[in-house]
Design a protein around this ligand. Structure first.
Ligand code: PLP
Ligand code: COI
Length: 354
């Protein structure tokens, strides 16, 4: 059964931001999608309403115990006017995986897709068309019971908000400097690193701040047990080109299974490039760098798509990568991924959804 979405349009449409100065996540469209959950009743009252503050009890459980999940995806306007989503099925499946880990009720996949399509269609005039711009889609669910005991909430709200965005990092496609984090960890197996929930990001900010004070854009996370194996870079999955092979950490329970990660792996393999998903030790990486075999490094994620790494600092040892310039494979992946996302080149993988 499909959702019967009620629509209330804003009486006060906002002025749209300058597409050349969007940054990331500062502007929001005119409307949002909302749906409630009540135990015994299920998900109900799907609606599109004007984007506005949310009113919640101060005791709402999300504020105290962080029972919440979020997703991140994008809509693009193709030159022929079509509005394209990129692999929304992957984000929706991951959303329900996050829900499962956080004891939040599942949302039927077709309902989540319908909600996302409906709100994007409503505010499609907000999709920016400048270079490297898109409409970022942020679905999220919060626990709303006014209750201070620790248990799953019995009521929830599901929202989808939209933000016209440009580059995630001010560096854009210019390589960023990365500090290898040796004190803090992002996640451990058995925890929540494999799902998207606010607590993971709260846990990461301190390391990011310290790296920034040292002049680094982000951190490279090592595993929480051995403090040796590479996990992710900032809020992105990480790839290295060592000799003629592309390597990325295997999904191990503490790494988020990125949609861009999966797409990059498929694309690289389709080009005949060898890709290994395996454990990579930080000492092995620096050894390869010293021997001149570390040719490229980059992060993958929806927000930045590809973010080249130009330098790594591990306990004061500096590894410059590709002379601080974007590498050939990084550039080719960026061009082809964004080419498909924007409808500029044929989508031979069948990833885009109108
Ligand atoms: N890792 C983390 C921790 C993230 O937050 C994200 C972004 O959502 C990613 C990796 C990349 O995932 P995706 O490519 O699905 O955006
Ligand atoms: C990504 O898309 O790569 C992200 O990590 C999104 C971020 C804003 C949480």
């Amino acid at each position: 059964m499909s959702l019967n979405i009620q629509v209330t349009r804003t009486q006060h449409p906002k002025e749209k931001p300058d597409p050349n100065h969007l940054g990331f996540g500062d502007f929001f469209t005119d409307h949002m999608f909302v749906m409630n959950y009540t135990e015994g009743q299920g998900w109900h009252d799907p609606r599109i309403i004007p984007y506005a503050p949310i009113s919640l009890e101060p005791a709402a459980m999300v504020f105290h115990y962080a029972q919440e999940m979020f997703e991140g995806m994008k809509a693009y306007k193709a030159p022929d006017g079509r509005v394209l989503l990129f692999r929304p099925d992957k984000n929706i499946a991951r959303a329900n995986n996050s829900n499962d880990r956080l004891c939040i009720p599942q949302i039927p996949e077709e309902d989540m897709l319908q909600a996302i399509k409906a709100i994007v269609a409503e505010d499609k005039d907000w999709i920016p068309e400048g270079k490297a711009t898109s409409l970022y889609i942020r679905p999220f669910i919060i626990a709303t019971d006014a209750h201070l005991g620790v248990r799953p909430s019995r009521t929830y709200q599901f929202y989808v908000i939209l933000s016209p965005v440009g580059a995630y990092y001010k560096e854009g496609l210019n390589p960023v400097k990365i500090y290898v984090e040796d004190e803090y960890v992002r996640a451990v197996k058995g925890g929540m690193g494999h799902v998207k929930t606010g607590g993971n990001y709260a846990a990461s900010i301190k390391a990011q701040m310290i790296a920034a004070e040292r002049g680094y854009t982000q951190v490279l996370w090592l595993d929480g047990v051995h403090r040796r194996y590479i996990e992710e870079v900032g809020t992105m999955n990480v790839f290295f080109v060592i000799d003629d092979e592309v390597v990325t950490p295997a999904l191990n329970g503490s790494i988020l299974p990125g949609v861009t990660r999966d797409s990059a792996i498929c694309m690289l393999k389709s080009w005949g490039i060898k890709v290994s998903e395996r454990q990579i030790a930080i000492d092995e990486l620096f050894e390869a760098a010293k021997e001149g075999r570390l040719r490229e490094a980059f992060g993958t994620g929806t927000a930045a798509v590809i973010s080249p790494i130009g330098e790594l600092n591990w306990e004061g040892n500096i590894a410059p990568i590709n002379g601080g310039a974007i590498g050939e494979i990084s550039q080719k992946l960026y061009d082809n991924l964004t080419g498909i996302q924007l409808g500029l080149i044929p989508d031979t993988f069948g990833w885009t959804v109108e």
